[in-house]
Write a protein that binds this ligand. Structure first.
Ligand code: PFF
Length: 459
């Protein structure tokens, strides 16, 4: 953000702006790239048939993801408001702003289980640095993770520690430091992923791993796979809850919305694919089960890292960068409710941040314990951790995305939408008609079909 302008100083009319074009891309990609790519994508793909999931995921990214990012960008940059304020400004007196509240609920649920996984990363970083992750056998990695995740206090403690760091960064309202750091370090994460991919491609299980990930079995495309892939596309792009709209409210009038949306989606997808290429050859080489669920990556990763010479250094660096990538994502999801509380409830930034963190800390503790003493507490057959994940990613985000694209496509003023896409008519955007068509028709209709299909309404 521009150093000269203070973000949300409690009622001030000057809002912060991202200073450069690189700043815009770095922050939106920073939000999108995180545990969703490296932890969630491989385990979702693994438990939904690999290639079939991958195909649906990439399809949804381009056919729904990019238009919905554009829709969120239009709302945010066009109103310079938090998500609820944006709905209110564009449709005064109408109840559309309820979609904004749904987004805030989703952001809190995600923050809660996300910080548990970030806490696992923190634990693994500490274990790496102290040389304790060097276990040798596949079974040992599995047992180590099981006993850690199900222990009663460590996972909760690390989740709380992570939330405390998130709080300290957000409280100052100046995320410039972390943004600058991530601008420099994210390319390093990317480079590491590439190196690990090459290493995985030389493993004996590489062929089987690549076949699993890239060769779709069309008969495996079921309603559950479609819903899972759509949920993953939304989760990975930080979409459907107002995060991209909130960030776009800090864009300036020169930011090219459609181009930024396409670049963000492409880079995010590239990172997810690389994570898949890194994980699956190792899954088959070391004899893990691809459908192990949320714990998959934390069992497989140490095996990959330790198959490299100088494993301790690689794994310490990797887990450190993963923590940073998680922070740039949690900062963005926290900003949705913080911007709302500051602007609509007129609270100062510190109090708003504290409120957001306190709620997340309570829920995160429950999520962390759902691998241990609360594992027997299930709702609809899911532990709290799984329930929060399923409810937000597979239901709330796509629903939020559907409302947002419908709203921008049909309710918001047409001239306003065009003017946002073309920066007041100064840009010649050849794809404008296609984008508007996707926002009005393709995205809402596709999301509705996947929903109806998953509840057995359409077959
Ligand atoms: N897109 C992030 C990831 O893939 O890790 C997760 C996320 C960030 C979801 C911000 C939602 C959000 F608002």
């Amino acid at each position: 953000m521009n150093k000269d302008s203070k973000p949300h100083d409690g009622g001030s009319t000057t809002r912060a702006q991202f200073a450069t074009r690189l700043g815009v891309i770095a922050t939106t990609v920073g939000s999108a790239v995180g545990l969703g790519n490296i932890w969630r994508f491989p385990y979702e793909a693994g438990s939904h048939g690999g290639g079939a999931f991958m195909l649906c995921y990439v399809f949804f990214i381009f056919i729904i993801g990019i238009p919905v990012i554009c829709a969120e960008f239009i709302m945010g940059r066009g109103t310079h408001s938090n998500i609820i304020g944006a709905y209110r400004k564009l449709a005064p007196g109408k109840p559309w702003y309820w979609a904004g509240y749904m987004g805030i609920l989703a952001s809190i649920l995600i923050l809660s289980f996300y910080s548990v996984v970030a806490g696992w990363t923190l634990e693994y970083f500490i274990q790496s640095v102290s040389g304790n992750l060097d276990l040798g056998s596949t079974a040992a990695f599995h047992d180590r993770f099981e006993s850690f995740a199900s222990s009663n206090y460590r996972p909760a403690l690390f989740a709380l520690l992570f939330l405390a760091v998130n709080y300290l960064i957000l409280r100052r309202g100046v995320t410039a430091g972390i943004e600058r750091m991530s601008n420099i370090l994210m390319p390093v994460l990317f480079l590491l992923l590439l190196i690990f991919c090459i290493n995985s491609l030389m493993m004996p299980g590489a062929d089987e791993g690549l076949r699993f990930l890239f060769k779709p079995d069309f008969s495996a495309i079921t309603p559950t796979v479609l819903l899972g892939a759509m949920g993953q596309a939304f989760f990975s792009l930080s979409l459907g809850l107002g995060c991209m709209a909130t960030y776009a409210s800090y864009f300036n009038h020169r930011t090219q919305l459609a181009r930024s949306a396409t670049l963000t989606a492409s880079l995010d997808t590239l990172v997810a694919v690389l994570a898949g290429v890194m994980i699956f050859p190792a899954v088959f080489t070391f004899g893990f089960s691809p459908s192990a669920g949320p714990t998959l990556v934390f069992e497989v990763l140490p095996s990959i890292l330790h198959s490299l010479p100088g494993g301790i250094v690689w794994s310490s660096l990797f887990f450190f960068l993963l923590i940073l990538a998680s922070l740039t994502s949690t900062i963005s999801m926290s900003e949705i409710s913080i911007a709302f509380i500051i602007e609509e409830k007129k609270m100062d930034r510190r109090k708003a941040t504290a409120l957001n963190t306190c709620v997340a800390m309570v829920l995160a503790t429950l999520c962390a314990l759902s691998f241990g003493c609360l594992s027997g507490m299930t709702i609809f057959g899911m532990t709290l951790f799984n329930l929060f994940d399923y409810l937000s990613s597979n239901i709330l985000l796509p629903l939020g995305g559907m409302v947002c694209s419908f709203f921008v496509g049909w309710i918001a003023d047409r001239a306003f939408v065009r003017s946002q896409l073309t920066n007041g008519g100064t840009l010649r955007l050849r794809a404008m008609r296609v984008i508007i068509f996707c926002i009005r028709w393709i995205a809402p209709v596709c999301i509705a079909i996947v929903f109806l299909n998953s509840i057995g309404f359409i077959n």
